[in-house]
Design a protein around this ligand. Structure first.
Ligand code: IVH
Length: 722
């Protein structure tokens, strides 16, 4: 393949072909990464291809293509958002991969500025955050616009979404009249992991890594989804400013910090290439424990006057460079494949590995996803790893990509031991022996043992006491395992009868290792405290598939009390359905019932969740467990939410003309908080037009279409904020 030919040996014809191939490959990769949030290759592979592209172009400048990756930053914005043209282009960074590249960076800057090798020249070194860049525009101290990078010239308007990010101030004092603050939106490892758990529970999209999760969360057309996602922001640069922020990069960042922006604490001022490299090693050593993804260290010339003089190449500044970390990959031996059983009965294969260091962390376990993944195919049967399966004894490649759980990425067939056999995925639960089946369309095999499966029972109870569920102080995963092993609890209701069942429960508990009078008293008090539980937490605690925190809240808000929800679910799975003989006919009959329709018509509640809910409530053993639990509890009703009953919920509103009592952005945010959709143009779909003085064609069009038109006061009266 031409990729293996050294750049120095390429003939012009080969170079032309190679540049065409690289342009296509890099464009596809760019689109997948930026527009689809679903990368098709690792960052390291991407960088390697881009580097090769650059090297060939340097040798054959006449062959540079107009669609070359070296002329592009990111990908063109997608269609769902309004476009924003950046006042100052948002650029990318050139890359350095080793210390020679860093020294070359330093000497080329010195040369450009006419500075001697030993003349003082300061830089900053800071982590390169692996998120997505965002430009925030402040006018008179108020946040008026937030835009993604897009292709560097035009980005997407994500203002409503950015307003939901806690690290992004809405209002600042003491800033220049116009100031664009730039930085990175990212998600922490912990938040990423729990988001994926929640997503999986509701049958939603799970994300490959925190960067994709951050991008997918920020680029939501519905800002309330962004609000529910824990995004963060580090400021590290700026765009248009009406007056200079400072004289040095260091002072400018300090100023941004003083204005209330989060800035990275690992940013250092360095006085030489050696100091830059020392800071690189320092940051790399911290990488594993930072709690968020970084993929390198960015060096910037400190003096802003030097930055101005150095200026830009086509897409990258001369005064900054990103020193990338090597990919977090390692090879080791797969010693065993264990099967874990989760609370919904899912059989998850776990790779037990000969311990190996991957990006500074010792890894001895990794996920193998499911049986298809081990066999070398995806859920649709298409080959992955070119169809190579994974066997115990194989040499495997371990991969850590921000994701807290390492993965097995590849296998080295040349090192396969003689006698290694394909992995035989169990068809029975390794814990209770019940049959484990795979439903159509499900990539996961599940134990059918339900409440007779000890693994499911314990996992369900661990979930039951977890933070977002009952959150009983003093009763965590460890205690649940202990109490279950002792036969004290075998279902959630047992937790609430512990004290009564033992008569003097305290005495028994007190005598146990690790428990004293005080901790026992506290535990029983904590259990008592949780007898009253909000409906949404109760629902989430049940551990029903697809019923995550968000769905719990949604159902609670809609049905308001347990009895109404229970009766609706009973009706949905009820009489007519029970009569139908076979499964398919029963399902069809159920789906026709008005109760089923009511359930699936709740915004945010999908078919899969309703099916799981109905199944859990119809299955006699599971139902008994739920009923016994309910008998122990007082489930709190949920009051009708503020947004509901709002006169503008679900309506499409257009603001036009000058608003006098609030900014356009504020009006939009308030309307959205009340459940309205705010649009920029009037159409047949518009419900209300709010027209201030100077309203022109939009007000006219509204009149033509007979759309309700209000002035600002009329609007404020309508939404009860006059
Ligand atoms: S400075 C003109 N500093 O990396 C250069 N960028 O590969 C402005 N990034 O588009 C960028 N951490 O999204 C800068 N500390 C940092 C960064 C950083 C992450 C991102 C940013 C940029 C990309 C370039």
């Amino acid at each position: 393949m031409s990729e293996t030919i050294d750049v120095a040996d390429l003939t012009p014809a080969q170079a032309r072909d190679e540049l065409a191939r690289l342009a296509l490959l890099l464009q596809e990769a760019n689109r997948a990464y930026h527009a689809d949030d679903a990368p098709v290759m690792s960052d390291a592979d991407f960088d390697a291809l881009k580097r090769r592209n650059g090297e060939i172009e340097a040798r054959f400048p006449d062959l540079i293509r107009p669609d070359s990756a070296s002329a592009q930053v990111g990908a063109a914005p997608s269609d769902g958002f309004a476009k924003v043209t950046h006042a100052v282009r948002m650029l990318s960074l050139g890359n350095a991969f080793d210390s020679a590249d860093v020294r070359e960076f330093d000497s080329s800057i010195r040369k450009y500025l006419g500075l001697a090798e030993d003349a003082p020249l300061a830089y900053t070194a800071e982590p390169k955050i692996d998120g997505l860049s965002l430009s925030l525009r402040y006018e008179d101290g108020r946040l008026v616009q937030a835009a993604t990078r897009g292709d560097g010239t035009t980005g997407e308007n994500v203002t409503a979404n950015a307003r939901t990010v806690a690290d992004i101030p809405q209002q600042i004092a003491g800033a220049p009249d116009v100031m664009e603050v730039r930085g990175e939106v990212y998600m922490s490892h912990a938040d990423f992991a729990s988001l994926n758990v929640r997503q999986a529970e509701v049958g939603g999209k799970t994300f490959a890594n925190p960067r994709n999760a951050a991008a997918g969360s920020l680029r939501q057309l519905d800002a309330s989804i962004t609000r529910a996602r824990p995004l963060r922001f580090f400021a590290y640069a700026w765009g248009a400013v009406s007056e200079p922020l400072a004289e040095t990069q260091t002072a400018a960042i300090e100023r941004l910090a003083a204005l209330g922006f989060a800035t990275n604490p690992l940013t250092r001022r360095c006085n030489s290439a050696d100091e830059l490299l020392a800071q690189y090693r320092h940051i790399e050593a911290q990488r594993a424990t930072l709690g968020y993804d970084i993929d390198g260290v960015v060096y910037k010339v400190d003096d802003l006057d030097y930055q101005r003089r150095l200026g830009f190449r086509s897409t990258t500044p001369r005064w900054a460079i990103a020193h990338k970390f090597p990919a977090e990959l390692a090879w080791t031996q797969l010693e065993a494949i264990d099967i874990q059983v989760g609370r919904t009965g899912a059989l998850s294969p776990v790779a037990r590995l000969a311990p190996v260091t991957v990006g500074g962390v010792v890894v001895s376990n990794a996920t193998l996803h499911n049986e298809d993944y081990i066999a070398g195919r995806d859920s649709s049967g298409a080959p992955i790893r070119e169809g190579r399966d994974i066997r115990v004894g194989d040499r495997v490649q371990v991969y850590r990509a921000g994701d807290v759980i390492p993965k097995i990425a590849d296998v080295d067939l040349s090192a396969r031991p003689a006698g290694a056999v394909p992995f035989d995925f169990p068809t029975h639960c390794p814990v209770c022996g019940s049959e484990a089946i795979r439903e159509e369309g499900d990539s996961v095999r599940r134990c059918t043992g339900g409440m007779i499966c000890a693994a499911q029972v314990v996992e369900k109870m661990k979930h039951f006491v977890s933070r977002a569920a009952f959150d009983i102080e003093g009763l965590g995963a460890k205690q649940v395992e202990q109490f279950h092993a002792d036969g004290w609890i075998s279902e959630p209701a047992d937790i609430f009868t512990l004290q009564a069942r033992f008569g003097d429960g305290m005495q028994q508990l007190k005598n146990r290792e690790g428990w004293g009078e005080k901790s026992a008293t506290n535990l029983f008090a904590a259990i008592e405290e949780r007898r009253r539980i909000p409906l949404d937490r109760f629902l989430f605690a049940l551990g029903i598939r697809h019923l995550g925190e968000v769905a719990g809240k949604t159902l609670a808000r809609h049905f308001q009390n347990w009895e109404t929800l229970r009766d609706t679910v009973d009706r949905a799975g009820g009489e007519p359905a029970a009569e139908a003989a076979d499964g398919k006919a029963r399902k069809a009959a159920m789906e026709e019932s008005p109760a089923w329709s009511e359930l699936v018509s709740v915004d945010g509640i999908g078919d899969a969740l309703v099916q799981a809910l109905v199944a859990a409530m119809r299955q006699p053993a599971e139902r008994d467990v739920i009923d016994r639990l309910v008998a122990q509890l007082e489930i709190e009703e949920v009051a009708a939410p503020a947004g509901e009953g709002s006169p503008v919920a679900g309506k499409t509103v257009v603001f036009t003309g000058t608003l006098e009592k609030m900014t356009r952005a504020e009006a939009k945010a308030r309307a959205e908080a009340l459940g309205a959709k705010v649009s920029g143009s009037v159409s047949k779909k518009t419900d209300i037009v709010v027209a201030g003085p100077g309203a022109g064609s939009k007000a006219k069009k509204a009149a033509e279409l007979g759309i309700e038109t209000l002035d600002e006061d009329g609007w404020l009266t309508l939404i009860g904020q006059a």
